[in-house]
Design a binder for this molecule. Structure first.
Ligand code: IPM
Ligand code: MG
Length: 358
């Protein structure tokens, strides 16, 4: 197989973790006889510094032409004062919008050897395996009207939560389809006791459910869900929810597994899939060889599976991650007494070594 992968490392630790995943993908290519061509582009703060905008046209073209996009992270304090439309985050949001990436899959699975790294008790999280399906191109992130306007005596900040039937239907389908490959249970998360957009969400999810009678559906308010995620997270299989609720709940779900540095994501839609760790640019630890590259390496594994349908290859990468952890390699975020503390590039090398041995 031959394919082009757009590599957008972005800002902060994105620049450190992405090269580790690229190393792995190159090794996959060599071992399984695929030709991956990597083309790099600018996005986020570093694109602002270099070109003046967070999503240069060139980057967009590159992403559209590629079979898949591997992204690091965007943002940092350096760019926080900028006008909203020029912030690094607009680079990522623009990519999602322009590539039509409406479905964001964020699996949260506990690696058994990391149970100690979680802040929750072992019996609460042991065996945890859930999938957050987050709607990614609608809701309050993109709804109009939006902005800040002057009013007598001050200003007014406005954002709008909007969902159409079509948007809800397509994300619900993704969730039910995903559930069919798992434990066949979907929990749809909304705030239907307060928001009309949620009322419609619930109604449409129920309609779509009629085509999936073999999947069990339940509904949960988002505040309750946030609570249930720490109380008894193993009750969940697939969670499907809006852009904003999914942003919040997926960080929470990630932390159940010990570290946000472990969790990958896939964003799918009309064009090339985009794969990125769910963590951010972590400016506080950037440039120090402290970041955990596993979330990005696992995102590359998702790419192999979802975009390229290379299941054997994806499994080989996942198994290399498992064996690396099993051998006690730990970056600082998942370190516990008696394990082996390593930096970003050493962790990447360790996964590479175990991949080569697998
Ligand atoms: C995420 C991030 C982004 C989001 C930011 C960086 C715009 O938090 O991917 O979860 O809010 O979607
Ligand atoms: Mg987030």
């Amino acid at each position: 197989m031959k394919a082009t992968i757009a590599v957008l490392a972005g800002d902060g630790i994105g620049r450190e973790v992405v090269p580790e995943a690229v190393k792995l993908l190159k090794a996959v290519g060599e071992r399984f006889g695929h030709v991956f061509e990597f083309v790099s582009g600018d996005v986020g703060g570093q694109a602002i510094d270099k070109i003046g905008v967070p999503l240069p046209q060139e980057t967009l073209t590159l992403a559209k032409q590629a079979a898949a996009v591997l992204l690091g992270a965007v943002g940092g304090p350096k760019w926080e004062g900028l006008e909203y439309s020029l912030r690094p985050e607009r680079g990522l949001l623009g990519l999602r919008e322009q590539l039509g990436l409406f479905a964001n899959l964020r699996p949260a699975k506990l690696y058994p050897m990391l149970a100690e790294a979680s802040t929750l008790k072992r019996d609460v999280i042991e065996g945890l395996d859930l999938l957050v399906v987050r709607e990614l191109t609608g809701g309050i992130y993109f709804g109009k009207p939006r902005g800040i306007e002057k009013i007598p005596g001050g200003e007014r900040g406005i954002n709008t939560e909007v969902y159409t039937t079509q948007e809800i239907r397509r994300i619900a389908k993704i969730a039910f389809d995903a559930a069919r490959k798992r434990r066949r249970r979907v929990t749809s998360v909304d705030k239907a006791n307060v928001l009309e957009s949620s009322e419609l969400w619930r109604r449409v999810v129920n309609e779509v459910h009629r085509d999936f009678p073999d999947v069990e559906l339940s509904h949960m308010y988002v505040d309750n869900c946030a609570m249930q995620l720490v109380r008894n997270p193993k009750q969940f299989d697939v969670l499907v929810t809006t852009n904003l609720f999914g942003d919040i709940l997926s960080d929470e779900a990630a932390m159940l597994t010990g570290s946000i540095g472990m969790l990958p994501s896939a964003s799918l839609g009309a064009h090339a899939g985009l794969y990125e760790p769910i963590h951010g640019s972590a400016p506080d630890i950037a440039g120090k060889n402290l970041a955990n590259p596993i979330a990005t390496i696992a995102s590359a594994a998702l790419m192999l599976s979802y975009t390229f349908h290379l299941e054997k290859e994806a499994e080989a990468v996942e198994s290399a991650i498992l064996r690396t952890l099993d051998q006690g390699y730990r970056t600082k975020d998942i370190h516990s007494p008696g394990t082996r503390l390593v930096g970003t590039s050493e962790m990447g090398d360790a996964v590479l070594k175990h991949f080569a041995q697998g």
